[in-house]
Structures are given as structure tokens and as C-alpha cells.
Design a protein around this ligand. Structure first.
Ligand code: ADP
Ligand code: MG
Ligand code: MG
Length: 252
């Protein structure tokens, strides 16, 4: 069973401290949601976990199972089973979706253990059907001319194809209409198993109507300030964040 453990994580961007002591444990079988006001460092957490070079870990530890994640290169993190859906996925011209997916899978599986073309196509068909994606999607160039909703759906397709052990989904719901939101949720829910843990970062409670989190965390001022169950997300949706600030004596 996978286990991601973040202890007292501090991260700086361009010399400025953004994360100020994040503590969190995500285990297989669990779905966690992080909610919080804009600009509080949620995406910084995602980027730091994935090893983005701009995000400097100044102190604290992150382990995946018992391995030091912070010592691993980006591709090693992916091979160890970490998946990050980017808030703003980039276009890579000249690479089709299907090529990209196959090389990502093979990079993860390692040399000499590549997936057969037949098996790849079979898997891809199955997952695309689940996500109600048009067949033409596979041969389109990665993210080129994709709508916001198509990009998000595509990220979930990547997750389903890569079968990570821990996934971090940052604002996977932003800009989605209800139908797309339901499909994205269906994809995430289809991954639910003791072998899979998920951290969903979102500004809105909406997505959590379709993906029931086991734990909800409130993120403010660079750290998790409060944790609870799904009822916490509902209260945040209804009442906003002010009551949390008051309760904890946090000033803007
Ligand atoms: P959230 O995802 O909660 O909205 P972010 O993690 O995106 O918040 O941003 C937190 C703070 O860190 C903001 O003040 C933002 O300007 C700063 N920040 C994040 N990433 C960068 C970056 N690449 N360069 C400069 N500042 C950044
Ligand atoms: Mg933001
Ligand atoms: Mg963000």
C-alpha cells in the first residue's frame, strides 16, 4: 500500500518562503482534498512534490513509502508511482496524444519491459470509452487546440493509463461544465483501490459532490490549518473561509 508522507515542509520560490510547514500523510485507499483561498500555496505544494526546479525545499521531508522523494529526479518520482496533473498543462507540438502516452508508460516501465502495441491500444480504447472521449483524441497533437475541458479530461486519461500509486490533481475541476466534471470524477473514482491514494487540490467544493473525499484539509498561509471529513468541505462552500480564520486567529 502506497504512502506519501510530508513532514514540516518549507518551500521557497525566488527566495520567498511560500510553504511554511506542511504536514500531511496520504495512504492507499484514501482520497484527500485540499481546499483554500487563492494564493495560499496549494499549487506550490503540488509543484514542489513533483520536483519543479523553481521550487526550493528549504526544510522538511517528503517520503514515498520509505524512500526520500526529495532526493529523486522528476522521472524517478513518476517511476516510483507519483502522478501530477498540472494546473496549466502545456502544449507539446508534433507529439500525438497516443505517442505521448505510450512513451510515458514505457518510460515508467523501463527498458526491456515496454508495453506491447496491442495491449496499449486495448487499454487506451477502454479508458477513452470510460471518459467518453472521441476516438480522434488519440491522434490529435498533445493539448494543441484542446479546450480547457478536453485538457482536463486528457490529464485524467493520462492518469488512468499510467496507473500511479499516488496522484496529485491540482485544480482538475477549474473551467469544467457539469458534464465534464462528472466524467473527470468518474475517472478518478474508477481508480479507487487500496493501491491508490489521491490528493485533490481545489478551490471549489463542487467536484467533491462527485468524488467523496475521506479527508478535507484547509490550506492557508502556506500550510494546512485545519482537517476534517467531507462535512468540512460543505461548510466551506456554504460559509467561506472567514470562520476558519476567526477560529484560528489568522489575519490576512
Ligand atoms: P494557490 O495555488 O493556493 O492559489 P500558489 O501556490 O499558486 O497558490 O501561489 C502561492 C504564492 O506563491 C503566490 O504569492 C504566488 O505569487 C507565489 N508563486 C508561486 N509560484 C510562483 C512562481 N513560479 N514564481 C513566482 N511566484 C510564485
Ligand atoms: Mg492560484
Ligand atoms: Mg493553485
Amino acid at each position: 500500500v502506497p504512502k506519501l508522507t510530508i513532514k514540516d515542509l518549507h518551500v521557497a520560490v525566488e527566495g520567498k518562503e511560500i510553504l511554511k510547514g506542511v504536514n500531511l500523510e496520504v495512504k492507499g485507499g484514501e482520497i484527500h482534498a485540499i481546499m483554500g483561498p487563492n494564493g495560499t500555496g496549494k499549487s506550490t505544494l503540488a509543484s514542489a512534490l513533483m520536483g519543479h526546479p523553481k521550487y526550493e525545499v528549504t526544510s522538511g521531508t517528503v517520503t514515498l513509502d520509505d524512500q526520500d522523494l526529495l532526493e529523486m529526479a522528476v522521472d524517478e518520482r513518476a517511476r516510483a508511482g507519483l502522478f501530477l496533473a498540472m494546473q496549466y498543462p502545456s502544449e507539446i507540438s508534433g507529439v500525438t496524444n497516443s505517442d505521448f502516452l505510450r512513451s510515458a508508460i514505457n518510460a515508467k516501465r523501463g527498458e526491456g519491459n515496454e508495453i506491447s502495441l496491442m495491449k496499449f491500444i486495448r487499454e487506451l480504447d477502454k479508458k477513452m470509452e470510460l471518459l467518453e472521449m472521441d476516438e480522434s483524441f488519440a491522434t490529435r497533437y498533445l493539448n494543441e487546440g484542446f479546450s480547457g475541458g478536453e485538457k482536463k479530461r486528457n490529464e485524467i486519461l493520462q492518469m488512468l493509463m499510467l496507473q500511479p500509486r499516488i496522484a496529485i490533481l491540482d485544480e482538475i475541476d477549474s473551467g469544467l461544465d457539469i458534464d465534464a466534471l462528472k466524467v473527470v470524477a468518474k475517472g478518478v473514482n474508477s481508480m479507487r483501490s487500496p493501491e491508490f491514494g489521491c490528493l485533490i487540490i481545489t478551490h471549489y467544493q463542487r467536484l467533491l459532490n462527485y468524488i467523496k473525499p475521506d479527508f478535507v484539509h484547509v490550506f492557508m498561509q502556506g500550510r494546512i490549518v485545519k482537517s476534517g471529513g467531507p462535512e468540512l468541505a460543505e461548510r466551506l462552500e456554504a460559509e467561506g473561509y472567514d470562520w476558519v480564520k476567526e477560529e484560528l486567529g489568522i489575519e490576512d
